[in-house]
Every structure is written in structure tokens, then in C-alpha cells.
Design a protein. Structure first.
Length: 519
């Protein structure tokens, strides 16, 4: 039992209830094994309904167990306290354990939306749906991520970084019952919840790493963790589709949320809580021990007298950077949540089997995975601006290769798909760290938040059009995305800021901080 009102026992009871609620759906799923696990039209039995109630109640109990006391004190402390890491602190085993745990967390998180493209063909077949109707599923999931990005930011301020990750993991476990839903409507509801759970994981992860990593290692570590998470999530989704979908149908892609969510809960052992949260709870000694283990310190922010805000968004360089990064994010989201999401169905329509198309995309993702380490290295050692520019250029080249595949007969999609996945994984790995390093303190959070929102906006628009039967061909989709990506390259070349080797305090010449003894 943890002091000051937080109860791990209530959290564990909630996790157990959610797990039992999910398991209660398994008998109905297994009953369909002789007909290819097709459950469309089956009535939900009493055990499934009771399981749904347990899931809802379990999430509530888990959330209550994580809820801290002294919320007013925490909010006040959040305005006064910040966490800093010394420039020259060495990396410790604690840093590497944290990075490894957060890579796994991001793989599990990103695997959820990446699975959408692999479940759509099976859903269309089982439910007898048109491509336009089934677009409601990815639309709901992506709308959930937009909602989650807003909500989880507020939740993280109340619950803390670690508690927010654990709560989202419990929701991942609960949403695995999407794989046993007998109707499209239930799938849509569950996909929205899945997206809402996943929406805030990435910014919370970056916030936690930024608080814990030494400043001189922050850039490459953020890129490496984000890149491995993005590439690994797509690899995991495509491998599950290639290995298990032929045996257990498309539904297994949702049911794997049960073990993966429980793995994420178990990883909580290796994820420290935010020092701000601990100090606000009066647990100063615990905060000191954690920060000392990570080579960091706590300090009070001396805001001093009011000064003119020279970092206003009206500055042309900041406005140009915002345009460049938001357009890059929109172009990436059109590729990731539009083109790549529909690519498995497109390959099936062109004569590839579902198994072979999943295998092709899995192989492409495996080719992309080792490049993440290279991306992190060039971001740290070469140029932050040029690294993001090169990733966008590679994505544009991949789009060109896919256009050739769409127009030519007997062309192989493997190389352009691999290049597209490599480029898009590199973009998302660098985009948020680069955004955070490009803006002054006063607008850094909201500007990075806008970029994060833009990274989902293109997908919401693409799937929204599909709902109204506006589903362009592969060639038309590519021709729509390529000008957006090209425009982002022009703006990035003009307004992008080189952040390698720079001190972020240079962006805030009117601000200063000092250490206070006794904290």
C-alpha cells in the first residue's frame, strides 16, 4: 500500500476485473472456430454482457486506485517546480531500463492503430460491408486518438506520468473485446475507446523522457525511442497479421490487446513516477532518490517581473516553423493513416492474398526497423533539420515508387513500400523532438501539441472522406499526398531551425532559473 491516498491494491483489483471481463468473451469466440471464427449476427450471451460490466467497473476501480490526493497542492506545485538534467550527466543503467520499457510501451501503443489496415479486409468480408461503410472503424479510432491527445494531457497533470501510462494500459486490455464483437456498431465504439487510450501515450512518453534524460543525450534518445516504437509497432501488427490472422481470423489482431496490455502494466515496475508529482504529494525523499538515480535535479523557477513576450507566434520565423512542421505532420498522417491503412485492401484487390500482402508489408517493416538506429545517430551527430528533411524526401520518393506500382503492370510494391515505411517511421521519430527543440518555452508545449494533433488530422480527413464514398484510387491518393509532402519540404528548407548543439535556453533570453537549497 502506498501512502498519501494512492492504492495499488485497488488498481490491481481493477486490472483483475478487466481481465476477467475480457476472458468472459472468449467462449463465444471459440464457439466460432469451425466456421472461421465468424461471429457476425450472433447474439451476445449473458457471460459477455457481464464481462462488459466488469470491464467498465474495473477501469473505474483502477482509475480510483491511481487517483492522488491533494490535487490543489499538485496543481500549485506544477506551476513552481521543474525538473532539469545536467548537461554532462552520464547515462546510467536506470536510463537504459527506462528507454527499453518505453520502447516496448510505444510498440504496444502504436500496434493498435497499425492493426486497422489488416482487420479491414476481414471485416468487410465477414460483415458484408462496402469499403465506405467500414471506413467508420478507422475514422472512429483516429477521432479517438485526437480526443485522447487532449484528454490524456490533462489526466497526466492529475495522475502523473506513470499512472497515466498504467491507466491507458488497462484500457488497452479492456478494448481487446473488440475482437469478439458480433456487429459493426460495437466495433466502432470499441475502436473509439482504443484510440482514446492510445492518443496520449506518445506525448506522455516524451515528457517523461525529457524529465529524466541528460540534456546532451536527450535528442538522440527521444528519436531512438520514438523510432523504435513506431517501426516496432508496425512490425508487430504486420507479423501478427501474417502469422495468426490466417489461423484465428482478423479478430486476433484485437484480442492480442489482452496480453500486450498486461505486459504494459507489468512494465510499470521499470517506469518511475514524475518528480513533480512526487514532490507535490509531499514525497520529497522519494523524489530525490529517483532523480539522483537518473542524474537529475529539482529546481524552483524564478519567473521574476513580467517581461515582454518576444516569443510571440507573430514572429515570422516561428509562424513559418509552425507552418512547416504542421504541414509535415499532416503529410505524414495522410501516408500513415490513409495510404498505408488502405494498402492491404488495395493489394488484395490487385490479386494478392491477405496472407501474402501481410507478409509483404511485414518484410517491408522489418527492413525499416534497423534504420531507426541510423536515424537517431544522424539526428544527433549530423543535423536535426537536414535529418527531418531527408526523411521527408525519402517518403516522397517512396510515394513516387508506389505511384509507379499503381500505374504499371507487374511492378513489385516491395521496394517502394519499404522506402515509404522507412521514411514515414523516420519522420514521426524526429517530428515531435524537433518540434520541442524549435520553439521558446512560453509556446513550446502548445506548439508541439498542435504538431501532434496535425499528425492525426490527415488520417481523420482521409477516413472521413471514405465514409462518404469518396475513396480515391491508389494513384489518385498518391497524387494528392505528394504535393502536400513537397510543400512541407519547401517550408522546412526555408523556416526549419538547426537545433543540433543548441541550448534551448537561448530561445528564452528573458527567462532564467536558479536552484534553491532545501528542496
Amino acid at each position: 500500500m502506498v501512502d498519501n491516498g494512492r492504492s495499488p491494491w485497488l488498481f490491481l483489483i481493477g486490472v483483475t476485473a478487466v481481465t476477467i471481463g475480457v476472458v468472459a468473451h472468449m467462449p463465444m469466440f471459440w464457439m466460432g472456430r469451425d466456421i472461421g471464427f465468424r461471429m457476425a449476427g450472433m447474439p451476445m450471451d449473458g457471460m459477455m454482457i457481464a464481462g462488459m460490466a466488469l470491464i467498465v467497473a474495473g477501469i473505474g476501480v483502477a482509475a480510483w486506485g491511481l487517483l492522488p490526493a491533494n490535487l490543489a497542492q499538485q496543481v500549485a506545485a506544477a506551476d513552481r517546480l521543474s525538473v532539469s538534467a545536467p548537461e554532462d550527466a552520464p547515462l546510467s543503467a536506470a536510463h537504459w531500463r527506462l528507454m527499453a520499457a518505453l520502447v516496448v510501451a510505444l510498440i504496444i501503443d502504436i500496434m493498435k492503430p497499425a492493426s486497422l489496415g489488416f482487420v479491414i479486409p476481414g471485416m468487410m468480408d465477414e460483415y458484408g460491408l462496402s469499403r465506405e461503410t467500414v471506413s467508420l472503424v478507422p475514422f472512429a479510432a483516429l477521432a479517438g486518438t485526437v480526443t485522447g491527445s487532449i484528454v490524456w494531457g490533462a489526466v497526466a497533470d492529475v495522475y502523473g506520468r506513470k499512472a497515466t501510462i498504467l491507466l491507458s494500459a488497462v484500457m488497452f486490455v479492456g478494448t481487446s473485446v473488440c475482437g469478439t464483437m458480433p456487429s459493426l456498431a460495437w466495433n466502432i465504439v470499441m475502436c473509439f475507446m482504443m484510440g482514446a487510450a492510445a492518443g496520449g501515450m506518445l506525448p506522455v512518453t516524451y515528457a517523461l523522457l525529457a524529465e529524466m534524460m541528460p540534456s546532451r543525450h536527450r535528442g538522440w534518445s527521444l528519436v531512438l525511442v520514438g523510432g523504435l516504437g513506431a517501426a516496432g509497432g508496425y512490425v508487430a501488427a504486420s507479423l501478427v497479421a501474417a502469422w495468426l490472422e490466417p489461423l484465428l481470423s482478423w479478430r486476433i489482431l484485437w484480442l492480442v490487446n489482452l496480453p500486450s496490455g498486461l505486459i504494459l502494466v507489468a512494465l510499470g515496475v521499470f517506469i518511475p513516477e514524475s518528480a513533480k508529482f512526487l514532490v507535490a504529494r509531499g514525497r520529497h525523499e522519494e523524489a530525490r532518490r529517483i532523480m539522483a538515480r537518473f542524474g537529475s535535479s529539482l529546481h524552483m523557477a524564478d519567473r521574476g517581473p513580467p517581461r515582454p513576450r518576444r516569443d510571440s507566434l507573430q514572429r515570422p520565423d516561428l509562424a513559418g516553423s509552425m507552418m512547416a512542421l504542421n504541414l509535415t505532420a499532416i503529410a505524414w498522417s495522410l501516408v500513415n493513416f490513409g495510404l498505408l491503412l488502405w494498402l492491404p485492401a488495395e493489394l488484395v484487390a490487385r490479386g494478392y492474398s491477405m496472407t501474402s500482402s501481410s507478409r509483404l508489408l511485414a518484410d517491408s517493416a522489418l527492413v525499416a526497423l534497423p534504420t531507426v538506429v541510423f536515424v537517431a545517430w544522424i539526428y544527433h551527430a549530423w543535423s536535426t533539420k537536414l535529418s527531418l528533411f531527408a526523411a521527408s524526401l525519402a517518403t516522397l520518393a517512396g510515394l513516387g515508387g508506389m505511384l509507379w506500382f499503381a500505374l504499371a503492370e507487374n511492378a513489385s510494391p516491395f521496394l517502394p513500400a519499404a522506402l515509404l515505411i522507412i521514411g514515414s517511421n523516420a519522420i514521426i521519430a524526429m517530428l515531435l523532438p524537433y518540434s520541442a527543440e524549435s520553439f521558446p518555452l512560453r509556446v513550446r508545449g502548445r506548439n508541439t501539441g498542435w504538431v501532434a494533433a496535425s499528425s492525426k488530422l490527415g488520417g481523420v480527413c482521409a477516413q472521413g472522406l471514405a465514409i462518404f464514398a469518396i475513396v480515391p484510387s491508389l494513384a489518385a491518393s498518391i497524387l494528392t499526398i505528394m504535393p502536400v509532402m513537397a510543400a512541407s519540404l519547401v517550408l522546412l528548407a526555408r523556416y526549419g531551425r538547426e537545433t543540433r548543439g543548441s541550448d534551448l535556453r537561448d530561445l528564452d533570453p528573458e527567462g532564467h532559473v536558479f536552484d534553491k537549497a532545501g528542496l
